[in-house]
Every structure is written in structure tokens, then in C-alpha cells.
Design a protein around this ligand. Structure first.
Ligand code: KG4
Ligand code: ZN
Length: 341
């Protein structure tokens, strides 16, 4: 007898992507639609919350219909509706949460609230079977976290940023270099051609800490540029990008490797928008493999915000028994460590 496939519909609206996806059996992408608003925010140099919410409202129905059409499925076919409940922009999250509640209520489907970072981590399940215990380095525009997972659905944050997130630091440095938003990919490209010849600080913090700090590095880059300008000296922007990227990577890889050894994990996952960074991917791959361990990184399209990752995490939580009520609310400060029921 063939057991029925499990189908989860995922919805993501925490920042500036309106996304809906359908995942089969927790691993297989059946449909994946992402509508990006980057162009609308570009002239402001960052995401404007009010504009983000309005876009989500305008896009949600279309994106949902497109995902169902792509999969040749109806909401009726779904086992559950998974949605990002936090963290993120509250007005943006609310659009996704309310859409998910409406769909779940109308079709009498279970509703499963998902933590955005759990989603980024579970993007890796769409690539490879997860082996526990594992360590995930989550690097995005809003987050920089080292998460230890001893089993499915269990998240222990062993280190996090004390100020700027990595992606945020990338975007601010890019802005100083007058590059478009989001600047991470530009800095990454420039770093490939530049030479890391400019001395910049590394924030290792206390010896035993897995926390991060990037605001000092960001200020050092800005000061280097200003000082050179005042003295009438030329700074090669590619060299500055390469020096900045080298400092970021050295600390990220150094701390991940130390945690990997201390926690005795077999698998390391890289997740979040900054996981698209070529320099970071290469350096982490080399460091982890040198220790005989496995590194998994999602393809670029699954590194940045999407709903396939939310449906993948939703599938795990659904199987673990998580159910959210019709009182589910957007929670911008949602804690990933909190038990889910
Ligand atoms: O995960 P994501 O799409 O959204 C958040 O949840 O924050 O991450 C977006 C962040 C932006 O800061 C962007 O500049 C950064 O990821 N990013 C990169 C690269 N591609 C995207 N940063 C460095 N190098 C890249 N190649
Ligand atoms: Zn994200």
C-alpha cells in the first residue's frame, strides 16, 4: 500500500519577499514562488517597513495562486499550512500570518507557526538529509547566530551578534562605497578581485565566547575611507572590500570551527542570505572538510528568503505535533529556543 505523500504549504513575508511554496514529504520542492520587492526599496537604501507591508498585501493572493498552479494542486490537497510567525518586521509578518490563518480556517487545515531562522536552517533539508547533532551558522541581513541542534526541532543558540548582523554590516559598508542596496553581493564580487592589504580589526570578543560583533569592523572601514579622503589619498575599493571580507570570514569560520569541535558535531550547515557569499562558502568548506566533517550549503535561491524553507521546517514541526491556533500572532521577537507547545 502506498502511503499518501505529505504536502505542506509554506508562507513567508517577514521582510521584503512575498513567498509561497509547496513541499512534498519535507524534502521535495513541488512549487516555489518568490516575489521580491528589492527594487521598491533600493532608492531608500534599505527596507521601508510600510512599503514592505503594502507590497505583501498586493502580492499575497497572486503568489499563493501561482504556487498552487505551479504544483497543479489545491489547498484541499495540503496536510498543513506553515507560516513564518517571527522574527521580522511586524507589519510584514502580519500579512503572511493572516493569509495563512484565512486559508487554514477556510479549508479546515492545521496551522503551524515557524521561526524564520528555523526555516533558514531547514533549507538544508531540501538538499541533504540532516545528521544530528549538528551546528548551523545562520548569517543574514537580520541575524548572525551559531545554533546547536541535538535533534529535529531543538535549537540552542550558542552564539549571536551583539550589534550588527553580518548582512547588515555588508550593506552598510556597501552604502559607504556608494553601491546599490543590498550591497552584500557587490562587496563579495569586489573582494574576489581585490587584495586584502588594508589592516582591519577582528572582533574575537572573550576567548570562550561564540558571540559576534561587526559594528567595530564596519566603523573601521568607514573611518579608513574618510581618513584617506581627508588626506587626499586613493583607496582601491576592491582592496577595501577584500580586507573587510577577510576579517568577517576569519571570525565566522574561526568560531564555527571551534564550536564544531567542542560540541562534537558531524555536520555543519550554512544558512541565510549571506550564505550566498562566495568567499565564506569556500573558506568554510575548506576548514570543515579539513577536519573530516561535512558542510551543507543550500543553493543560492534557497539561501535568501523563500517559503520552501518555511514549509520544510513546518513539515518537521507538524510531524513533531506542533499546531498553532487561530490566535496565532506575528511575533517580531520570537525566541527560537522556546519549546513550541
Ligand atoms: O536571508 P536574507 O535574504 O534576508 C534576511 O532574513 O535578512 O539576507 C539578506 C542579506 C542582505 O544583507 C544581503 O546583502 C546579504 O544577505 N547577501 C550577501 C550576499 N548575498 C546576499 N552578503 C554577502 N555576500 C553575498 N554574496
Ligand atoms: Zn531571512
Amino acid at each position: 500500500m502506498k502511503i499518501k505523500d505529505e504536502l505542506i504549504l509554506g508562507i513567508e513575508t517577514s521582510c521584503d519577499e512575498t513567498a509561497v511554496a509547496i513541499i512534498k514529504n519535507g524534502k521535495e520542492i513541488v512549487a516555489n514562488v518568490v516575489s521580491s520587492q528589492i527594487e521598491s526599496h533600493q532608492r531608500f537604501g534599505g527596507v521601508v517597513p510600510e512599503i514592505a507591508s503594502r507590497h505583501h498585501v498586493e502580492q499575497m493572493t497572486m503568489v499563493l495562486e501561482e504556487a498552487l498552479e505551479q504544483g497543479g494542486l489545491a489547498v484541499e490537497d495540503m496536510d498543513a499550512i506553515a507560516v513564518t510567525e517571527g522574527p521580522g518586521l511586524v507589519g510584514a509578518l502580519l500579512i503572511g500570518v493572516n493569509a495563512a490563518k484565512a486559508v487554514a480556517f477556510a479549508h479546515e487545515k492545521p496551522l503551524v507557526g515557524v521561526h524564520h531562522i528555523a526555516g533558514h536552517i531547514y533549507a538544508n533539508q531540501l538538499v541533504e538529509e540532516l545528521e544530528f547533532p549538528l551546528l548551523a551558522l545562520v548569517v543574514s541581513g537580520g541575524h548572525t547566530e551559531l545554533v546547536y541542534m541535538k535533534e529535529h526541532g531543538s535549537f540552542e543558540v550558542i552564539g549571536e551578534t551583539r550589534d550588527d548582523a553580518v548582512g547588515e554590516a555588508y550593506d552598510k559598508v556597501a552604502r559607504t562605497l556608494q553601491l546599490p542596496y543590498p550591497g552584500g553581493p557587490y562587496i563579495d564580487r569586489m573582494a574576489q578581485t581585490g587584495t586584502p592589504s588594508i589592516r582591519l580589526p577582528r572582533a574575537w570578543l572573550e576567548e570562550d565566547s561564540y558571540d559576534f560583533s561587526f559594528s567595530g569592523l564596519k566603523s573601521a572601514v568607514i573611518n579608513t575611507l574618510h581618513n584617506a579622503k581627508q588626506k587626499g589619498e586613493e583607496i582601491n575599493p576592491d582592496d577595501l572590500a577584500a580586507s573587510f571580507q577577510e576579517s568577517v570570514i576569519e571570525v565566522l569560520v574561526g568560531k564555527t570551527l571551534r564550536a564544531m569541535k567542542e560540541y562534537g558535531v558531524n555536520q555543519v550547515l550554512l544558512a541565510g542570505g549571506v550564505a550566498a557569499n562566495k568567499g565564506l562558502r569556500g573558506a568554510l568548506q575548506q576548514a570543515v572538510e579539513k577536519e573530516g566533517k561535512k558542510l551543507t550549503i543550500p543553493p543560492l535561491s534557497l539561501c535568501t528568503d523563500n517559503a520552501a524553507m518555511i514549509a520544510a521546517a513546518g513539515s518537521v514541526l507538524y510531524r513533531l505535533g506542533k499546531r498553532s491556533g487561530m490566535d496565532l500572532n506575528a511575533n517580531p521577537g520570537l525566541d527560537i529556543e522556546k519549546p513550541f507547545n
